[in-house]
Each structure stands twice: as C-alpha cells, then as structure tokens.
Design a protein around this ligand. Structure first.
Ligand code: UDX
Length: 437
C-alpha cells in the first residue's frame, strides 16, 4: 500500500521503517530538515536498537523515502499521524499543537477514500474532533484511532509484532472500509494471529492512557512498598518476587527503584488527570496524583541516601552517576529520573560526573552544567560514591573487585536494585539498594 507517516520522531521514524519492512511504499514526513536529512541517509536521529539497519535496508530497497514536503502525502492512501503530544508548559494538559498542525497540513492533500490513522497519544475526545475535520474535507475519507504501545528499546519488534491492535472507528463496527484498509496494512501480523479489537473512538483513545496509567501505578505501588520496606527493614525485591508469583499480579513492572520517567508515562498520567477534570470525572483519577507523588519522591529519596552514603554531606564529594537515559537501550533523557537526580546532587554541592553508553549528547543538551564522561573507567576514577541509576547491561556486569581499586571510597548506591549486594559487599563496598536492608 502507499503510506505516509507524518512525524518522524521516536514513534514515526520506527513506524515508517517498519511499514516499509512489511512491503508497503512509505514516505516519512517531518518539518525538521535535519531529521529528514539524517533519515534519508540511513542514520537514525536517536538510538533505537535495530532501527538503523532497518532504515538502510528499506531505503536501499526503494520502499522508504523521507521529505519535509507535505504534498508527498498526496500519493498515499493511508496516512499515519505520529507527532508528539508533550506536556503543555506550566500545565498538566497535553499540548496538541503538533497534532493539529499535522492534520491541518495533511487535509488539502487527502483524496477520496483515504484513511487517516491517529497513533499519537491524545486526550479522549480529540479523535472525534479530528474525524469531523477529515470528513468535512473529504466526505469519503475516514479517521481511525490506532494507539501505539511500543516501548523504547524494543520499538522495532513491538511495531512489527505488537501484542494487540486497537482500532477506534466512528461507527464502532468492524464492518467498515477503513477497518478493512488498516487490516491490509497490518496483514502480516494479523495473519499470524495478533488480536485486533475494534472500538469506538473514545474507547481507543482511553485504552492507551489507561494502559500507561496502569503501568505507572504498578511501578509506584512497588516503590511505595519500597518505602515501607525501608522503614520496616524488609527487602522489596524479595517481596516483589513473592507477590509476582501470583499470576493475577505478575512480576513485570514491579522493579522498585528510582521510579519511572521518559516521554510517555509521566506526561500521560498528568494529561489524563487534566482531561478527566475537564470531563467532570477528576475524582476517578485522584489516585494518579499519588502515583505521580510517590514517583517524584523516589528522586528526593535517592539524593538523601546519597548524602547518607557520603557521611552526611555532599559538599565537594565526587559522585559518579552511571546512566543518564530514562531506561537502558535508549538515548532518551526526557524526564529521566537519573538525570534529574544528577542535577539535584550537583545543586547540593556534589561534584557530579555522569556517564552513559548512548545518552550523553542528549543529556548535555538538557543539563549543560553537568560534567559528562563517556568512558566508564575514567568516570569512576577517584569517585567518593557510585550511583547506578540506569540499568544498562554494562553497569550490571561491572566487577566490584576490579572497580574497588579505581575509586576513592568504595560506596555504591544501586538505584535499580540490579547489583548482587552480597558480592559487592564481599568486595569491600558499602552497598545501598532502594527498599532493601
Ligand atoms: C511506555 C509503555 O511501556 C509503552 O507501552 C507506551 O507505548 C509508552 O510508554 P517506555 O516509555 O518506552 O514505554 O518505557 P517503559 O519500559 O514502560 O518504562 C518506563 C519507565 O518505568 C522507565 O523509566 C523504567 O525505568 C521505569 N520502570 C519500568 C521501573 O521503574 N520499574 C519497572 O518495573 C518497570
């Protein structure tokens, strides 16, 4: 099929490359010249495992092109809206400027029977408003809301083999031309048995925000348990293992630590609360305020623990932060708890060095005042304390016996509870985890 993908960020660039991989002819469109230039030459503008190889393969196969010219969408019959919906400045609500601009720019290029597919995460009610704009422009064109559930770090495989498809359509019915067209786009995954649910527009929008709210709640639940474990002298990792064996609960997303960050969970729960307020249903979501508060408290707690670890004062202490990305296998530092903790430590007088395998360029743009060192050995040299804040495999695999020689004081704070505490202690380290004795 002929497809256009509007917005080539973390979502759109991956979506465009994956749609080409499925055999479609795809044009990726973005307003950012630099991004388009990079993508056209087979370079990913951000780190995502497997993306660059896929881009090169599909560019070479001639199925994938990138442009800043929206008129290229005129060729397409299915148009995916993949632009960002960041948090509004100074407010909890989502900023829909990019979604509105993308659709506004696409409308004049729509042809009869085209399908516009919304993938961005939007406040419930947005899709119905956009659907009306589409049918006013082209009465035989339709809008489908098809939320994206990909995780950064696994974006390519999540896009090619998602665990489900959700289609929101105005009719709420499967018997719909737009549904048939989107089925054709996703035929490979559907043929292999991926479930597909057809809903009305508001339900599809809510599926995404509800899913992210549930995940955020699960993480904050276990972090709240970590607070209690700390007070009671219990171990939250064993607690999570034990409750996770109940398959009604499940062990996934029960890793206590410095909390969630990234471009999705924090802003999505806030936008959801703001939208519920507009709908008069704010009471239903007041618990998300607590979820957010527990999460933000983790960051303060780590700063306090780091101070304890440094004998009660951070002033002039050399602290090395291992990890800047909001999670491993990503260079994304949007609302990264690791980076926000690093900045706090610096403000409180510590001499902070931050290292990360992939995220240093983004981190230094976000917090230019911090000191960055790409080489792990150089970063830990003469440190008074190490803080493992993003659980990259190379940090999990650090050898405490070798490392003890390079640091000034062997003290480690394991912000993700991934190190073998007994082994680090045996190697002479003062080890602190979160929610562990
Ligand atoms: C999330 C959703 O998982 C995805 O479905 C949605 O489409 C976008 O938002 P992502 O932001 O890529 O994906 O990251 P995710 O893997 O969900 O992790 C979010 C944050 O939670 C990270 O900062 C991670 O470190 C943290 N986390 C995750 C925990 O602190 N504990 C856990 O047990 C799991």
């Amino acid at each position: 099929m002929l497809i256009s993908v509007i917005g080539c960020g973390y979502l759109g660039a991956v979506h465009a490359a994956c749609m080409a991989k499925l055999g479609h002819e795809v044009v990726g469109i973005d307003v950012d010249d630099r991004k388009i230039l990079q993508l056209s030459s087979g370079r990913a503008p951000f780190f995502e495992p497997g993306l660059e190889d896929l881009l090169r393969e599909q560019l070479q196969a001639g199925r994938l092109t990138f442009t800043t010219d929206m008129s290229a969408a005129a060729e397409g019959e299915v148009h995916f809206i993949c632009v960002g919906t960041p948090q509004k400045k100074g407010e909890n609500a989502a900023d829909l400027t990019y979604v509105d601009a993308a659709l506004g720019a696409l409308l004049p290029h729509l042809s009869a029977d085209d399908v516009v597919v919304g993938k961005s995460t939007v406040p419930v009610g947005t899709a119905a408003r956009l659907a009306a704009l589409v049918s006013a422009e082209q009465p035989t064109s339709h809008l489908i809301w098809n939320p994206e559930f990909l995780r950064e770090g696994f974006a390519v495989s999540d896009t090619l083999s998602p665990d489900r498809f959700v289609y929101g359509v105005s009719s709420g019915s499967e018997d719909d031309d737009a549904v048939r067209k989107l089925d054709e786009v996703y035929a490979t995954a559907l043929d292999s048995g991926t479930p597909r649910l057809v809903t009305d527009l508001p339900t599809a929008e809510l599926v995404k925000t509800a899913a992210n709210s549930f995940l955020a709640t699960k993480i904050s639940f276990i972090n709240a348990m970590a607070e209690v474990c700390e007070a009671a002298g219990a171990d939250v990792t064993q607690l999570a293992d034990a409750i996770g064996m109940d398959d009604r609960i499940g062990r996934k997303f029960l890793n206590a630590g410095i909390g969630f960050g990234g471009g999705c969970l924090p802003k999505d729960i806030r936008a959801f609360m703001a939208r519920a307020g507009e709908l008069g249903a704010d009471q239903a979501l007041t618990f998300l305020r607590e979820v957010d508060a527990i999460n933000m408290r983790r960051r303060t707690r780590v700063v306090e623990l780091a101070r304890d670890l440094c004998d009660g004062s951070l002033l002039g202490k050399r602290v090395t932060v291992l990890g800047a990305a909001f999670k491993p296998e990503s260079d994304d530092v949007r609302d990264s708890p690791a980076l926000s903790i690093a900045a706090q430590l610096q403000l409180q007088g510590a001499v902070v060095t931050v290292t990360d395998p992939k995220a240093l360029a983004n981190a230094s743009r976000r917090f230019p005042e911090l000191h960055y060192e790409a080489d792990t050995s150089a970063a830990v040299e003469k440190a008074d304390a190490l803080l493992l804040l993003t659980e990259w495999q190379e940090y999990r695999a650090l050898d405490p016996y070798a490392l003890v020689e390079s640091v000034s004081s062997p003290r480690v704070l394991d912000g993700r509870n991934v190190l073998d505490a007994a082994k680090w202690r045996a190697a002479g380290w003062t080890y602190r985890g979160l929610g562990r004795p």
